[in-house]
Design a protein around this ligand. Structure first.
Ligand SMILES: [Zn+2]
Ligand SMILES: [Zn+2]
Ligand SMILES: [Zn+2]
Ligand SMILES: [Zn+2]
Ligand SMILES: [Zn+2]
Ligand SMILES: [Zn+2]
Ligand SMILES: [Zn+2]
Length: 1783
């Protein structure tokens, strides 16, 4: 601060309190008086301006602010309302504003338009059946009460802006109104002017007020001076107070801005972040307030710092009064927006004011001024006035029209402004086009009156000025700036799409005229594209630089829908169609001018035919894939046929001018290019070309590219002599010479020159002919309906394999409405199979449709084709076998064409639909001489078995063509009345011997000779099918000529023999396949061996080893023991398993080893983690790790430590070696490539060497507990208690003596044989001890989140704790899944619990005896209060199971000092169990609640009930009214029994594993008698109250002292967390059934940090239901010195580092663990097709799948999240690269 002053900078007015200065005015100001003063004034504007000039600078922007919501801001807000807005309201309404507004609203007729403006992320709904276009949406409130709820709807989340279209009759084909907005009868009147409903004086006042305020706001928002104000607004007093205003741009990053600000204005990082966030949101923010120099200084630093790489950040130093007025201008606009909500009349008046022509004439209204200055305003200003436009002009149907006209008039200018602006489109006025142009009537009106279609297209073309010499677009030399512009200009295509989205229901002459004008402009655009990005084949060397191709394809892709829509428009009017056709044709002629110039004319002759053409080779000259003009003409030509215009008005069409040769030329070149690329002739042209070819066929482009090229060939071929057509095709494929002379092929073959290439070309050419004749599913080409086309696409997709709905949608082209037509036909062709808990629902082809399968379907890629072929052959083979087996007699030939052949796996062509008349002559291609010659030639080659150079695909295609021809002939025969009509005589033509050049026999003869050729096995079925067809046709012709009736039948004889032959054949093939399989298997196992040898160290495991090691669990399976009724697990009567030897195998070295205390240590890989899964109190913060005392677990179990294991056993030494190797490898790896692995070596993590399970420690295996010493007498509870109390007293006194300065006290009596100084012998070898230590440290480190410290007395406690917690969590799972307590756990859990328990019982040996003793002393003091022990919790704050485990385990240390030989550990365990059970009973009764209303039981009170009541009454004696009154024991006993069950079950588990005692049979099931079995197993009476009853005198004083603990009273009176029993199991939160409910919730969620802002990534914690603002700067927090996102931060408080979230906008489940690990998981929401929608891209309604949600819940409760993340990251390395901590 000091330095700043020296430099002359000074905080302005820091000594003046603006609030104080104002408050005097505040008190004296009366809005009412001000209003009446103004009303009386001669010039209202002058008066209002004077008021604003005085007060605005005094109220607003009085200095730097402390963020939104601060006190200054609230004060500002208040003053603004009272002193500036309230007078305006008084003036407007003429009365007290609140009353006036209410009256206005009451008199207003409610508008049928909803107009709800969407917030970011709010759900929107569109009806796929009824919406006029996909931009028509409903808000949730409207949707839920609309008819569309039961239709096929789509749900999306709004990007903000835009409004609900409910009530707009043009937006919906049906159901435009929801229930809420259905207009009443009064709406008829509403069509009259709503202004007339207002009092006339108010109308006059509102006109003047609205004009003044709106003009004021417009003046200020468009004001560009920093120091001056408009006339009349100059402030009376003017100080040297300035703001340094920083503006947003889209060039600089957040980080750059934050960094610069810290430097320039000396702010903290936090402030800088807040500035940057505001700048980004509002578009500008003052970053400094002070005198001018002070601000200029900051400005220059910012400019200097940001100008290096790019243009600098925009900064202005503005006078505070200017800022204040601008600030108020925004408030005034918002105010206007609010006021007009009360009355449609006021709304209309505002509209009139806004659109009134200004003094400058045309386009000078206030709204015009705003629009034209849009790109100069900052984001915040734009948002506010856009909002106002939406609330006013766009809500008033009359003014919407006027606004639309102004918008269209300014269109070109607005677009150019936008293209230069760097803000996103959502902040531009141009974005309103969607609101205007999507209203069909408006769009057509604008087209007619403002020539909108032409304007848009012309504007677009004008923006792309970079052309080549021929005038075509040239994208390859684009600079970054031009590329940016190209990106922006594409939004114009979107506008065009809105305009064209629905074809007009009727045409006016004007509309025709303007549409055709637009069409002309569009043809100009297409002409700029025709022939762009030409390619020339590269020979010799590879191209140097991949040419740019994406821009051209982007353009093509964007225009695809437009081109289709224009055709749809043309289709609805004959005159338009004819004119458009003529225009397109003449455009094409212009493109063709000069096409054949300079080309050498040639004459071709083949098979007795001759044609003239010119020489052109695709492989040598320029060729372009972009031919939009040709393709549009092809589309229009098909429409001529479809609408029958061609046959009805032939005289109006220039069909005679068409030169078919020219028409086919360019598309043919393009198709040949593809063929050559496939043949590998263009390899040196690089990926650019490959990509272009890919997109040419891709579903996004093909409709207006590949498909139309095929159509154009069909157009040409239908107008030409088929022979000529084929010769030209042959010539363009550069194959003419192959078929024109006999030996050329031979010579090629001998020279082996490019034979493979040539073969591919022949295949491609044959395929093209198949398509030209066979593709008839386009309405207009063939006689089909549009849906037939969709059905056929689906059929062919499903012929490849069953597919999910989304896969099918992706494979089908969408129309402009984003519809594919899929839903309308899918059920007719496919069956839906529902998904299971994983996977997704699939559609399968209905079997009856497979006969329509066409192997040469034009949209198959080669890969699709071979997959489909394989699948279909398999299917038909199966069907043949099925039918063959089922029916003894061969099938009667069924009518139809394939039914009789279904036994054959041949895939003959399906029957095509008939052609339309215009294309009728296409079929002649099939029987023309040139094609016959080609067929003959290929068949001739195929006769030679080897070295023929022909390919099977080639032959297959020829056979397909032959089949098509025969089908055609058969079809014609069937449809004709007599032989004479049938001109198609393929069958007789192929019987003729071949013409020159082929000297061989006829095609038929060739086929017959090929039928039995051994090398043609695969095609045999097809050839047989063909010959049979020939036979049929022959018979049919004979019959027709004799009888005149058509009956195509099949003789039965040959078929039978055929089947036998087939069977033999199949057998042989199967045998061959088996041999091949065996060979492959052998190869694979060889490879495997090799691999294993190479990686011997790590992969010494084979599958057998895996089984061996997991089977170690068999050494202690509970069920293998002989179970008898009196099984007991605790106390002197317990049965032990100590005599069993435990043999285990090390998974690393394979050595077998016995588990012994003094032997080599064996360990179990394990994963230990903190957990809050059982927590009943998530609000309890995590304890301070340094000072937390973990000895007493609170019953809310708020945090524990869970241990899991995969059950794999290793030598400790082997594991250590392995872990070192992993560590070293990881270090080397980290040096190479930085980043994380799926496991964190530094934290001791590793993957189990056998199963790759995530682990971070090992548990040592220890021997069984020895059997109980039966020689010792079992003391009574009283005797044991008194002896133990003596021991405790001795220990306490011994400890006191050790501590320095302890006062001398009386020596307690030492019980006999108790030796305080005895040092027990460690029963473990050093290696076992070391491993005990290792696990102790892991439990300590993880449990407390501290660094290892072996000296810490808390070490053993944490080990006991993980044992107790793990058991509790497993018991809960078993209970909730209704599984038996014993015998249902998987081996690995069983192993884990048993080793964990035995380890815990031994871990005291690694700590100091004194430590463990003092733990025991404190634990015992909970039960037997001891005045020498302080700080013991009351029994309500103690989890009894933890107390049991800790005291049992720590008792061993005390017992080890007892050398009398007269006591047994087992007795002590039993007494401890009894005592704690009683304590738990008391605990349950104390927390008993009568909330649960239930009927009192009739009849006798049982003994249990009586005793429970007795105990309860005695508790009430101690505590009085703190306990509710209860009259009967029945309810109490029921409650006690339920409450104590989990304790008894976990205790049984604990003693079972501790003492290795077999469980009773009843507990291996879930049947009746569980309670009794459990009690007996625990050596407890099944009437637990007897424990109390039998020792009453001993226990009563204890109970009294428990109850008298002040803690008890405190908790019962609500002074702490009261936990009731049984604790309810935690579940994940309930999710709504309908996903949109969640989206709606999330959309109203605001970021908790940045005052009311919408959160960008609202994320729901599935554990506690908390909504978070994820993935955003605003909500980052520091955790352990690192900034982390809201999710990660939340996991540390809610999940102890592990978290499960639902990312609501993404519909994705997020798992995170620690700071670096995470993965996404499929959400539990599915659409009706059984698929998830991650990213919410498809928008199908989503519903909760509870099975999947339960699966996620189980994962969480089993503590499996970390493991799932580990596996996901291991499988998908890109997940490792995500910064999970920032989410
Ligand atoms: Zn609505
Ligand atoms: Zn509505
Ligand atoms: Zn609907
Ligand atoms: Zn080993
Ligand atoms: Zn494992
Ligand atoms: Zn949570
Ligand atoms: Zn936030």
């Amino acid at each position: 601060m000091f330095f700043q002053q020296k430099e002359g900078g000074k905080m302005a007015d820091s000594d003046r309190d603006p609030a104080f200065a104002l408050s005097a005015d505040f008190m004296n100001f009366s809005p009412r008086d001000a209003a009446s003063r103004w009303l009386a004034a001669p010039d209202l504007q002058v008066e209002v301006y004077r008021h604003l000039a005085t007060y605005v600078p005094r109220i607003l922007c009085q200095g730097p602010h402390g963020g939104s919501g601060s006190r200054e801001e609230q004060r500002e807000e208040l003053a603004c309302q009272l002193m500036l807005l309230a007078p305006l309201e008084w003036l407007l309404l003429g009365e007290e504003p609140a009353a006036g507004l209410a009256l206005l609203q009451e008199n207003n007729l409610s508008s049928p338009l909803c107009g709800h403006v969407f917030k970011v992320g709010e759900p929107t709904y569109s009806c796929r059946e009824c919406a006029a276009d996909p931009t028509c949406v409903l808000c949730m409130q409207c949707f839920l009460v609309s008819v569309h709820r039961h239709h096929r709807y789509r749900m999306t989340t709004s990007g903000g802006g835009g409004f609900c279209d409910c009530g707009d009759t043009e937006a919906w084909k049906t159901g435009p109104y929801c229930q809420k907005h259905t207009p009443a009868d009064r709406s008829r009147e509403a069509e009259e002017d709503p202004v007339s409903l207002l009092p006339p004086d108010m109308v006059a006042r509102s006109y003047s007020i609205f004009s003044i305020i709106l003009k004021y706001a417009v003046d200020l928002l468009t004001w560009d001076q920093e120091d001056q104000l408009p006339a009349g607004l100059e402030p009376p007093e003017r100080g040297d107070t300035y703001y340094c205003m920083l503006f947003n741009d889209e060039v600089h990053t957040y980080e750059q801005v934050i960094y610069t600000l810290q430097k320039a204005v000396n702010c903290s990082q936090k402030e800088a972040v807040s500035f940057a966030t505001t700048v980004d949101r509002d578009g500008r923010k003052s970053v400094r307030f002070g005198d001018r120099q002070f601000c200029e200084q900051a400005k220059s630093i910012i400019v200097r710092n940001t100008s290096r790489q790019s243009k600098p950040l925009r900064v202005q130093v503005m006078h505070s009064s200017v800022v204040a007025h601008q600030c108020f201008a925004l408030k005034a606009l918002s105010w206007l927006g609010q006021i007009i909500q009360y009355s449609d009349g006021l709304k209309r008046i505002l509209c009139q004011v806004g659109l009134q022509k200004g003094p400058e004439g045309e386009n000078s209204s206030l709204v015009d001024r705003l629009m034209l200055n849009d790109s100069k305003m900052w984001k915040g200003a734009r948002n506010i006035y856009h909002q106002l436009l939406m609330n006013s002009l766009l809500m008033d149907l009359k003014f919407k029209k006027i606004f639309a006209i102004q918008f269209a008039k300014n269109y070109e200018r607005l677009q150019s402004d936008y293209i230069r602006d760097d803000h996103d489109r959502e902040f531009s006025i141009t974005d309103l086009s969607v609101q205007v142009f999507t209203v069909p009537s408006l769009a057509r009106m604008l087209m007619v009156e403002e020539n909108l279609m032409m304007t848009i297209i012309r504007t677009f073309v004008d923006q792309l000025r970079h052309r080549d010499p021929q005038g075509r677009f040239q994208f390859d030399r684009y600079t970054a700036q031009q590329a940016f512009k190209f990106g922006r200009v594409q939004s114009l295509i979107g506008d065009l799409k809105y305009v064209l989205i629905s074809p007009p229901p009727e045409w006016s002459d004007q509309l025709r005229l303007k549409f055709l004008d637009g069409f002309d402009a569009f043809l100009d655009l297409l002409r700029c594209m025709q022939g762009m990005d030409p390619v020339v084949r590269q020979v010799g060397q590879h191209i140097e630089m991949e040419p740019e191709w994406e821009a051209a394809f982007t353009l093509q892709m964007k225009l695809t829908h437009i081109i289709s829509m224009i055709q749809e428009w043309c289709c609805t009017d004959e005159r338009v169609l004819i004119e458009a056709y003529k225009k397109c044709l003449s455009a094409l002629s212009q493109c063709h001018a000069g096409l054949s110039d300079g080309e050498q004319p040639i004459s071709l002759s083949l098979a007795g035919h001759c044609v003239d053409t010119f020489r052109y080779q695709v492989s040598q000259e320029k060729v372009s894939i972009h031919l939009p003009v040709c393709r549009l003409l092809a589309g229009l030509h098909v429409l001529l046929s479809r609408t029958e215009v061609a046959s009805r008005f032939p005289e109006q069409l220039p069909l005679g001018e068409l030169s078919p040769h020219l028409l086919i030329e360019l598309p043919l070149r393009c198709l040949v290019l593809c063929a050559q690329v496939h043949a590998g002739m263009w390899r040196r042209n690089g990926f650019s070309l490959i990509n272009q070819i890919y997109y040419y066929h891709n579903v996004k482009c093909r409709v207006e590219m590949f498909d139309k090229d095929v159509v154009m060939l069909q157009v040409g071929a239908s107008m030409m002599d088929p022979n000529h057509f084929l010769m030209i095709v042959l010539s363009r494929f550069e194959l003419f010479h192959i078929f024109s002379s006999v030996d050329i092929r031979k010579r090629y073959r001998e020279a082996n020159k490019d034979l493979a290439q040539q073969n591919t070309l022949i295949e491609e050419m044959l395929h093209l002919i198949i398509m030209v004749v066979g593709e008839r599913y386009l309405p207009g080409v063939g006689q089909v309906e549009p849906l037939d086309e969709v059905r056929r696409e689906i059929l062919h997709q499903l012929s490849i394999r069953p597919m999910a709905h989304s896969e099918l949608v992706k494979a089908l082209p969408e129309n402009g409405n984003k519809e594919t037509g899929l839903e309308r036909v899918i059920d007719s062709v496919a069956l839906f199979k529902k998904p299971g808990v994983t996977g997704r629902g699939l559609y399968e082809l209905r079997p009856e449709w497979s006969k329509h399968f066409n192997l040469y379907f034009h949209h198959y890629s080669r890969a699709d084709q071979s997959k489909a072929e394989e699948a279909q052959r398999k299917l038909r083979r199966q069907n043949a076998e099925d039918t063959g087996e089922r029916s003894q007699t061969p099938l009667r030939a069924s009518p139809g064409h394939h039914g009789n052949l279904c036994a054959s796996p041949a895939l003959p062509p399906p029957l095509p639909p008939p052609l339309c008349p215009l294309f009728g002559s296409l079929v002649n291609l099939l029987q023309c001489d040139v094609l016959l010659a080609v067929e003959g030639a290929v068949l001739q080659w195929a006769v030679e078995p080897s070295g023929g150079g022909w390919t099977e695909s080639m032959l297959q295609r020829v056979l397909h063509l032959v089949g098509m021809a025969l089908l055609e002939e058969q079809q014609q025969l069937e449809n004709s009345s007599g032989d004479d009509d049938v001109s198609f005589r393929y069958s007789s033509k192929i019987a003729r011997p071949g013409d020159a050049p082929s000297t061989s026999g006829s095609v038929l003869a060739l086929l017959e000779s090929l039928q039995n050729a051994p090398h043609l096995e695969v095609h045999k079925d097809m050839i047989t099918w063909i010959l049979k067809m020939v036979g049929n046709i022959k018979t049919a012709r004979e019959r027709t000529s004799s009888s005149g009736s058509v009956n195509v039948n099949q003789s039965r004889g040959p078929e039978e023999t055929l089947r036998d032959k087939d069977k033999a054949e199949r057998k042989r093939k199967a045998e061959m396949a088996r041999l091949r399989r065996e060979k492959i298997m052998a190869q694979m196992s060889e490879m495997q061996k090799h691999f294993i040898n190479e990686n011997k160290e790590l992969f010494q495991q084979s599958m057998e080893d895996l089984e061996a090691s997991t089977s170690t669990a068999e050494h202690s399976p509970p069920s293998s023991e002989v179970t008898c009724a009196s099984q007991v697990c605790v106390g002197p009567r317990r049965m032990g398993g100590a005599e069993r030897r435990q043999l285990v195998t090390c998974i690393l070295c394979q050595e077998e080893q016995e588990v012994r205390g003094l032997g080599r240590a064996m360990v179990l890989a394990a994963f230990i983690q903190r957990s809050t899964v059982l927590s009943k109190n998530r609000s309890r913060g995590f304890p301070d790790p340094e000072h937390h005392d973990p000895l007493f677990m609170h019953p809310d179990l708020s945090v524990g430590t869970h241990t899991a294991s995969c059950g794999h056993i290793m030598h400790a030494a082997c594991w250590q070696r392995y872990f070192e190797a992993v560590t070293q490898k990881e270090q080397r790896r980290q040096q190479r490539l930085r980043g994380h692995t799926s496991y964190d070596v530094e934290n001791g993590e590793f993957l189990c060497p056998l199963c790759e399970c995530l682990s971070n420690t090992v548990i040592p295996l220890l021997p069984h507990t020895p059997s109980p010493d039966h020689s010792v007498e079992h003391p009574s509870l009283e005797a044991w208690l008194s002896r133990t109390s003596q021991q405790v007293a001795v220990l306490i006194s011994a400890h006191r003596k050790l501590s320095p300065g302890a006062a001398q006290e009386a020596e307690p009596v030492v019980p006999e044989g108790f030796r305080v100084d005895f040092v027990p012998q460690n029963p473990f070898s050093s290696s076992v001890s070391e491993m005990i230590n290792t696990f102790c440290m892991s439990a300590y480190k993880v449990g407390l989140k501290v660094n290892p410290n072996e000296q810490d007395p808390r070490v053993p406690v944490l080990s006991w704790s993980t044992c107790a917690y793990t058991m509790q969590s497993i018991e809960r799972l078993l209970m909730d899944e209704k599984k038996p307590l014993f015998g249902s756990l998987p081996c690995r859990q069983d192993d884990c619990l048993s080793s964990l328990t035995r380890f815990s019982s031994a871990c005291w040996t690694s700590a100091s005896l004194r430590t463990v003793h003092s733990h025991f002393i404190r634990l015992l003091a909970v039960l037997v209060p001891n005045s020498q022990v302080e700080d013991t919790p009351c029994i309500l704050n103690m989890d009894m199971f933890h107390l049991l485990v800790y005291s049992v385990l720590s008792y061993s240390s005390v017992h080890s000092l007892d050398q009398s030989g007269r006591s047994s550990v087992d007795s002590a365990h039993l007494h401890l169990l009894h005592l704690i059970t009683v304590a738990h009973l008391v605990q349950i009764l104390l927390t008993f609640t009568t909330d649960e209303v239930c009927m009192d039981q009739d009849g006798e009170e049982s003994e249990e009930e009586a005793l429970t009541l007795q105990l309860y009454l005695s508790l009430r004696e101690h505590l009085g009214s703190a306990l509710p009154e209860v009259s009967s024991g029945w309810q109490l006993w029921r409650c006690v029994k339920a409450g104590i069950l989990p304790f008894l079950r976990t205790a049984a588990l604990f003693f079972h594993y501790l003492n290795s005692s077999a469980p009773p049979a009843d507990l291996l099931g879930t049947g009746a008698g569980q309670w009794e079995a459990l009690c007996s197993y625990l050596s407890l009476p099944s009437n637990l109250l007897l424990l109390y009853q039998s020792q009453r005198t001993l226990l009563e004083p204890l109970i009294h002292r428990w109850c008298c603990d002040p803690g008890v009273g405190q908790v019962l009176q609500g002074g702490g967390v009261l936990v009731r029993f049984p604790r309810e199991s935690n579940r994940l939160i309930n999710l709504p059934e309908d996903y949109s409910v969640l989206i709606n919730q999330a959309s109203s969620f605001t970021c908790p940090r940045s005052g009311g802002d919408k959160s960008r990534a609202p994320t729901l914690c599935l554990v506690c239901g908390c909504m978070l603002c994820s993935q955003s700067y605003c909500c980052q927090t520091e955790v352990d010195g690192e900034d982390v996102g809201a999710c990660t931060a939340h996991t540390f408080t809610c999940g102890a580092g592990v978290g499960l979230f639902l990312r609501v906008r993404e519909s994705q489940v997020l798992f995170v663990a620690g700071k670096t690990k995470g993965c996404f998981y499929p959400p539990p929401y599915l659409d009706d097709y059984g698929e998830t929608d991650q990213g919410l891209k498809r928008g199908n309604p989503l519903h909760l799948c509870s099975e999947r949600y339960r699966k996620i819940e189980r994962l969480w409760r089993q503590h499996g999240i970390a493991e799932v993340i580990g596996h996901a990251q291991e499988a998908n390395q890109t997940l490792v690269a995500i910064d999970w901590q920032h989410l």
